[in-house]
Design a protein around this ligand. Structure first.
Ligand SMILES: [Zn+2]
Length: 468
């Protein structure tokens, strides 16, 4: 399954997404470019998937198995950067940049879908290929809406990838997360003349935060709670603040644990309102689920990695990567090794001596929950899911850095994206050839959920809101 046939098209689509960085749920240009291309390639495309405006589902073929390839395309605020520049050099006229490599991610998934489609077609095999254009990963949880609306319900497996500094099968879990606003309403008054008539919403915010900071002693180590005061109620100290608002992120290792922790945080907010004689409104913002790992699929993807190998680089590419690697202190990059790496010494030595990762990093299967969240988690509750990491950058700076934006149009990035497409397609092909693996993967998911089933952390009736 050579990807060469599509390489030029795919690189053009990725370059377009890099040049048109758009925020979550407003990826209008990127989504349109990909939808147009997939239609041209014979896919039936549904747009405005799960009422997300820019989300799409492209399908080809029929019957079982139904294999999903997950793509993303949103960018990050404040990360506009000149391509190839090895110092921070913001691009004028732009407010965002592809700091997480999602311009590669979405197009790599398209590459996988095309290759797998060709394999089914050429071999007259049954099966459905789905390419999901998933909006708003960085802020918004597009996949959670898509999962809530049942768009993955008939899938037999979901395969995705993420641009990385390493080549590996992703293992382990990520945190469930609930985000909301606590809006307190009090009574305004002259802070000196008639303070007894006032009820301070700002006091309520402060007392809530104090309460939550005491809660920390009694949370699990895998729990995280962070807040930002989004409205202090004004800038005049001599007016008792009648309104104030604080935004919270509540994270835990699993959805049920996160729900429990969120309930405790809500009770603290209610307590703060009671203490201050104010009222609190809890406004749900967004939520996403923990990732359920699937070792069965990890083994299949490991085989695909070994069969296809990882990208190799020319001297010119190595020199290019070295210039970026040199922008990050070695101690910083060594503090961020993949936890599941089977041979951390080899990795450390490579990071000390080499400009970039040109080998396959073997991992041990892991159930460990990494701190942080992704909406791939929501898909993983519904259908067995697996993720590849493909190197697209130099060693050094990680995700959400200007260095990733700067390297996003390089031949190193393209090689990673194209090989990701091949590895994902090969994974799908291995599953097609051995359907019992799909049954095993499903069985593993059922065992891990222990009778529980997916309940989207985003309540019904809450729809994506659009960020400026
Ligand atoms: Zn990302």
């Amino acid at each position: 399954m050579p990807i060469d046939t599509y390489a030029q098209d795919l690189m053009q689509l990725a370059a377009y997404a890099w040049e048109h960085p758009e925020p979550g749920f407003r990826e209008t240009a990127c989504s349109a470019s990909q939808v147009a291309y997939l239609k041209k390639q014979g896919f039936a495309v549904t747009t405005d998937a799960a009422r997300t405006k820019t989300g799409y589902v492209a399908s080809w073929g029929s019957g079982k198995p139904v294999i999903a390839f997950l793509g993303e395309f949103d960018a990050l605020w404040g990360l506009q950067q000149q391509a190839d520049a090895t110092v921070p050099m913001p691009l004028s006229g732009q407010a965002m940049g592809q700091g997480c490599g999602h311009h590669l991610l979405g197009v790599g998934a398209i590459g996988a879908g095309l290759l797998y489609r060709d394999y089914l077609f050429q071999n007259h095999l049954p099966g459905t290929v789905r390419i999901y254009g998933c909006p708003g990963e960085e802020s918004g949880s597009g996949k959670a809406y898509m999962a809530r609306e049942g768009l993955f319900d008939d899938c037999d497996a979901a395969i995705t990838w993420h641009p990385s500094n390493f080549n590996m099968v992703v293992t382990g879990s990520t945190q469930s997360c609930i985000q909301c606003y606590f809006r307190f309403t009090g009574i305004p008054a002259h802070a000196a003349g008639a303070p007894h008539l006032g009820r301070s919403a700002l006091d309520a915010v402060e007392l809530m935060n104090v309460g939550v900071n005491y809660l920390r002693e009694h949370m699990l180590p895998s729990d995280r709670v962070h807040y930002a005061i989004t409205d202090p109620g004004g800038s005049a100290p001599n007016v008792v603040q009648a309104r104030a608002e604080v935004r919270y992120f509540v994270r835990s290792a699993t959805n049920p644990a996160c729900e429990q922790l969120f309930e405790r945080v809500q009770n603290i907010a209610r307590g703060a309102a009671l203490m201050t004689g104010t009222e609190v409104e809890i406004v749900f913002d967004e939520g996403l689920s923990n990732t359920v790992p699937n070792f069965t699929l990890e083994k299949v993807m490991d085989r695909a990695f070994r069969e296809l190998g990882v990208p190799q680089y020319s001297d010119r590419e190595r020199a290019y990567a070295k210039a970026f690697k040199d922008t990050v202190p070695l101690s910083d990059m060594l503090s961020d090794l993949p936890q599941a790496a089977r041979d951390p010494e080899r990795l450390t030595a490579a990071m000390e001596q080499e400009p970039l990762c040109d080998f396959y990093v073997e991992t041990n299967h892991s159930d460990l929950c990494e701190m942080g969240s992704t909406d791939v988690g929501d898909v993983s509750w519904v259908t067995p899911t697996v993720t590849a990491n493909l190197n697209c950058f130099s060693f050094g700076a990680g995700a959400h850095s200007w260095q990733w934006v700067a390297q996003g149009k390089s031949s190193i990035a393209s090689k990673g994206m194209l090989r990701a497409g091949e590895i994902m397609a090969r994974t799908a092909r291995l599953l097609q050839e051995q359907p019992d693996l799909l049954a095993q993967a499903r069985q593993e998911l059922n065992t891990r959920l222990r009778g529980d089933r997916y309940r989207c952390p985003i309540p019904k009736g809450v729809w994506p809101h659009y960020f400026d």
